[in-house]
Design a protein around this ligand. Structure first.
Ligand SMILES: NC(=O)c1ccc[n+]([C@@H]2O[C@H](COP(=O)([O-])OP(=O)(O)OC[C@H]3O[C@@H](n4cnc5c(N)ncnc54)[C@H](OP(=O)(O)O)[C@@H]3O)[C@@H](O)[C@H]2O)c1
Length: 233
């Protein structure tokens, strides 16, 4: 239950990885945490779990109503629900791209739309105002990653795709612990004034985040391609 100092926090995708770490770290710090998963999961020491699929609007409204019923208010939303659809543009079908967008983009939009009326009524709340860009993080993202159906044998991009995936997956294996992202989220939740955009991760990845803003787009793209073993033909 929320107290005068703790906040009501709603975390999507809290059964694994970054979301799970956020639920543990924020819950252990005294915030009233409600996490979500598409599957029924046991409550943890510091979090209550609610069933939610962010691609289903009715589900989203039910889950938000459950949390509001329990806490009476909702102060923070942390959107971590997601999966990655991997493949070259030509290999990813429209149906596969739509599934990705339905979770990563429209899923966030559905949750925001469901929560905003309560935040507007209570005249406070932190939602979507901060875009936290993590570098690579050691989570289960690889296990749940989907490869586009046409990305295998027969694809014109198969070699390049496999090279990129090797770089991405070894980067994830050497990534920061999800708890490091969670501590950054906790700091944001407890600060009075928060940044609109910020990053967390290894220094080299945070440097890339800054470089993208400073370097000409073509130069930045060239560096990223080289790092992934790709070259312009
Ligand atoms: N790991 C990285 O290096 C990294 C870097 C940058 C950004 N990200 C992004 O950060 C987010 C979290 O990633 P992670 O690494 O923590 O991945 P993860 O360990 O695979 O966790 C993903 C979470 O999302 C939930 N989920 C998936 N589809 C959902 C849906 N339709 N509705 C509701 N929940 C759903 C999963 O829960 P259930 O299966 O239990 O429903 C799980 O709790 C993702 O959006 C990912 O793209 C990750």
């Amino acid at each position: 239950m929320c107290t005068s100092r703790s906040k009501g926090v709603f975390i999507t995708g809290a059964s694994s990885g970054i979301g799970q770490a956020c639920a543990e770290v924020l819950g252990a710090s005294g915030h009233a945490v409600h996490g979500t998963s598409r599957h029924r999961r046991a409550d943890g020491a510091h979090r209550r779990m609610t069933v939610l699929d962010v691609t289903d609007e009715a589900f989203v409204h039910r889950a938000v109503a459950t949390v509001l019923g329990a806490e009476g208010r909702l102060d923070v939303v942390v959107s971590c629900a997601g999966f990655v659809m991997a493949g070259a543009v030509e290999d990813v079908s429209i149906e596969e791209a739509q599934r990705q967008m339905d979770t990563h983009f429209f899923g966030v939009l559905r949750v925001c739309r469901a929560v905003l009326p309560a935040m507007r009524a209570q005249r406070s709340g932190h939602i979507e105002a901060t875009l936290l860009s993590p570098g690579e993080v050691r989570t289960h993202v690889r296990q749940y990653r989907e490869r586009a159906r046409c990305s295998g044998p027969g694809s014109a991009y198969q070699d390049a795709f496999e090279r990129v995936m090797n770089v991405v997956e070894s980067g994830e294996g050497a990534g920061i612990a999800p708890e490091q992202v969670a501590r950054k989220v906790l700091a944001l939740v407890e600060r009075q004034h928060v940044d609109v955009r910020c990053s967390v991760g290894h220094l080299s990845q945070r440097a890339a985040w800054v470089s993208k803003r400073l370097l000409p787009a073509r130069t930045f793209e060239h560096i990223v391609m080289s790092l992934h073993g790709l070259s312009r033909r």
